[in-house]
Design a protein. Sequence first.
Length: 536
Amino acid sequence: MMEGLLSSTMLQSSEVDTVMQDNDHAYSTNGHVTNGFIDPQNLHKVSQSLDTPRDESPTQSQPSSEMTSGAIGRKLFLPTGCCYDNRMKYHANADFSESPHHPEDPRRIEAIMQEFAEGGLIYDGSEADLAQILKNSPTKYMWRIPARQAREDEICLVHTASHYEWVRSLSELKPADLRAMTTAFDNGRKSLYVGSLTHYAALISAGGAIETCKNVVEGRVKNAIAVIRPPGHHAEHNESMGFCIFNNVPIAASVCMQDYPEICRKVLILDWDVHHGNGIQNMFYENPNVLYISLHVYQNGLFYPGQPDDEGLPDGGPDKCGAGVGIGRNINIAWHDQGMGDGEYMAAFQKIVMPIAQEFDPDLVIISAGFDAAAGDDLGGCYVTPACYSHMTHMLMSLANGKVAVCLEGGYNLRAISRSALAVAKTLMGEPPERIVIPPLNEKAARDIQHVKEYQAPYWECMRPGVIPIKDLQERNAPRLHDVMRSYQKGILSRKHNMISVPIMRKVLSTSFADQVLITPKIQSAKKILLIIHDA
Ligand SMILES: [Zn+2]
């Protein structure tokens, strides 16, 4: 029994060291984990059983999940998941002209994985040491979550069938047609390139997001990061735009809410990409169970994605709060301009994101993690540091029992996105965020934040100054505010003008009308009387 467990463990776990290498062969099409990974939930049990004499605890090798066993293992022993697949690089610009470079470059995800490897987050040692590592420190490295192609029925939870078909049909077009299409789409709001393998790569990107979120919801990993592309948050239900083909995060959120209705009822999607995630907003605009919070540059509606072609659709303005039963479940923290940095992002988190998120109390947090607000990104023009990304991640980890799934969106400076993603991954793994000195909050940004608070106040208790329980106070014989004010006024008037209070002789009225009738001295001898009737 023990031999079986060990050898299968060794065999299965041996893939850990190739986790982030070329993994083209490691997948099946049925969507399940068949590439040789054991359930990370059993990792610490495996570790224990390595110490256990051969015939004592054969049942310990039986897999169990948080859902089936009801016994939640200590999260301390659960690793952070990481989803990556080389096949997502197949989506590339079909434009072979003289300057075909496009910011949404296949090397983006490779650069991040390289940074993870260099940061020591990925195991690359020998197989012989693996059992010992699993035994001693199961959370030392990230655990690989295999990507897979998303199914059509999953995509169509948020996209129309005709949109799915349009993306699929790209794979049948000739290179010349794809180039012509790319040239036509490159400008304006559409901002898109397409290739013959776009459909394939987009399916894996969406499938990667799904598997990442499912693993987090099921408690197979502590939390996870999906290094995926093409990105998703601009894709609308019926069209691709803004470098995005399918909208990965809403697809994954919808699959989780559908597949785990008991444990995943409310989802928070926090989008810190520098652009507004119009697609995510619109897909859940009337959904009370998905809270979408986006921090983005708005520039009064001029910054990408700007104004929708359909005037009936909401843009990224702070006044767009959701509709119908989803009112109050859409929050646009819309910066008036570029140039925002740690001071503004930390303030937005402390004043809006965290109070509202805590009041919402989600079952799952998905971060739409574009790193184009990072310092060094030309498109974003903002200055968020890796340490600030750590702090934002760390704050979000206090929600939903720590169930946080990070999905890559935009971010185009390879150096900036790698360093930022590394900081996020380390935080997910349990490293405390680097200490930062928070710069002072930009004055106009403070106003941006205040606007959001005002728009959201009707929907969130924490956005209001607070409610006074009058009945409770009365029962405690607390003074009423206008009594306090009258007594204060009387104090001033008697000091300045020697006015004196005329006592009310009727007992029932005496308390509340005290200090309401004031007279100047010598009223008996006055020739003229000025009478002021005034209610404080
Ligand atoms: Zn972006």
